[in-house]
Write a protein that binds this ligand. Structure first.
Ligand code: NDP
Ligand code: MG
Ligand code: MG
Length: 332
């Protein structure tokens, strides 16, 4: 079993006198800036433009500044702008002001692992990757808890990079749950694989396809939505809290028998083979190359994909069903 670092294994000492620049104030940026500030650390918010994030940061009591000003005035620079933007921010706003002994910190290994950012040897490079979306990282912390995280060290110029990564994890609330060590390579490849075949790609496609099969067979879309999409949360909550065994114990004998048989028929060896192909594309760097090219074209696949999802029957029906479901959800 991997070693799990908890609150008592980490101290804020290695970073308590440092100034931390949080670059970006979106999903993770806002959560990190607020959690680190609430943990007593000195945080500057650095932004590229006086847009929406700027206003949100101000209303949270920060004095946002342009990225280069945050970099000039800090010891630790945390990259929380989108992965595809990080290398431009690094090249234009960080490199000119980078001093020996500074720290470059990431929440995902993409830019370092695929060598889009290649820092000089004289800085520490490490990662704290929260295993949850930014708003949850903030919400759990504010309620006294924390979202687990992975930490990794890419460059250890100071000899203290790991201790500093744990310190930031602690200030984020992650050690209240537990922190596990990884590498940039492992985090990047597993993160991409998980979101592609399972969390974002796989599960969405599984639910939507199941919905479509029922609707095309003439069943009411509302009933199909309940069965193939809405109930997923309850099943996943059971798995999250009690494992597959706990979930299986909560469903009927009939569901267990049907599940064991049809599950392996639908998600068969062929699917596994294609999952391996997806992993190969990630490991070879082909996926990264393709995504950068797509992004540079204005990301038409994202634009069209969002439109297609938003206009789909499952989304239209979903709006109504979610209203019904949320009405019944206990308040706390
Ligand atoms: P977001 O997409 O939420 O970042 C938005 C922020 O970046 C805003 O402040 C926005 O400013 C700024 N921004 C967006 N586009 C540009 C641009 N073209 N130029 C300059 N600034 C821009 O990022 P995330 O929080 O999702 O991701 C940050 C990092 O965290 C990534 O490395 C990601 O992989 C990692 N991560 C994210 C997780 C998540 O849950 N989202 C989970 C774990 C890791 P403005 O308002 O002005 O547009
Ligand atoms: Mg992830
Ligand atoms: Mg990811």
């Amino acid at each position: 079993m991997a070693k799990v670092y908890i609150d008592k294994d980490a101290t804020l000492d290695p970073i308590k006198d440092k100034t931390i620049a949080v670059l970006g104030y979106g999903s993770q940026g806002r959560a990190w800036a607020l959690n680190l500030r609430d943990s007593g650390l000195k945080v500057l918010v650095g932004l590229e433009r006086e847009g929406n994030s700027w206003k949100v940061a101000e209303s949270d009591g920060f004095n946002p500044m342009h990225t280069e000003d945050a970099v000039k005035n800090s010891d630790i620079v945390i990259f929380l702008v989108p992965d595809m933007v990080q290398r431009y921010v690094y090249r234009e706003r960080v490199v000119p002001y980078l001093r020996d002994g500074m720290d470059l910190v990431f929440a995902h290994g993409f830019n370092i692992h695929y060598k889009l950012i290649e820092p000089p040897k004289t800085v520490d490079v490490y990662m704290i990757a929260p295993k949850g979306p930014g708003p949850i990282v903030r919400e759990y912390f504010a309620k006294g808890g924390g979202v687990p995280a992975l930490v990794a060290v890419h460059q250890n110029y100071s000899g203290k990079a790991f201790e500093k990564a744990l310190a930031i994890a602690k200030a984020l609330g992650a050690t209240r749950a537990g922190v596990i060590e990884t590498t940039f390579k492992e985090e990047t490849e597993t993160d991409l694989f998980g979101e592609q075949v399972d969390l974002v790609g796989g599960i969405t496609q599984l639910m939507r396809t199941a919905f479509q099969v029922l609707v095309e067979a003439g069943y009411q879309p509302e009933i199909a939505y309940y069965e193939t999409i809405n109930e997923m949360k309850m099943i996943v909550d059971l798995i999250y809290e009690k494992g597959f065994t706990g979930m299986l114990k909560a469903v009927s004998e009939t569901a267990k028998y049907g599940g064991f048989t049809a599950g392996k028929y639908v998600i068969n060896e062929d699917v596994k083979k294609r999952m391996k192909e997806v992993l190969d594309r990630i490991r070879s760097g082909k996926f990264a190359e393709e995504w950068i090219e797509e992004y540079n074209k204005g990301a038409p696949t994202l634009v069209n994909g969002m439109k297609e999802v938003e206009n789909s029957l499952e989304e239209q029906v979903g709006r109504q069903i979610r209203e019904i479901s949320l009405r019944g959800k206990p308040k706390s």
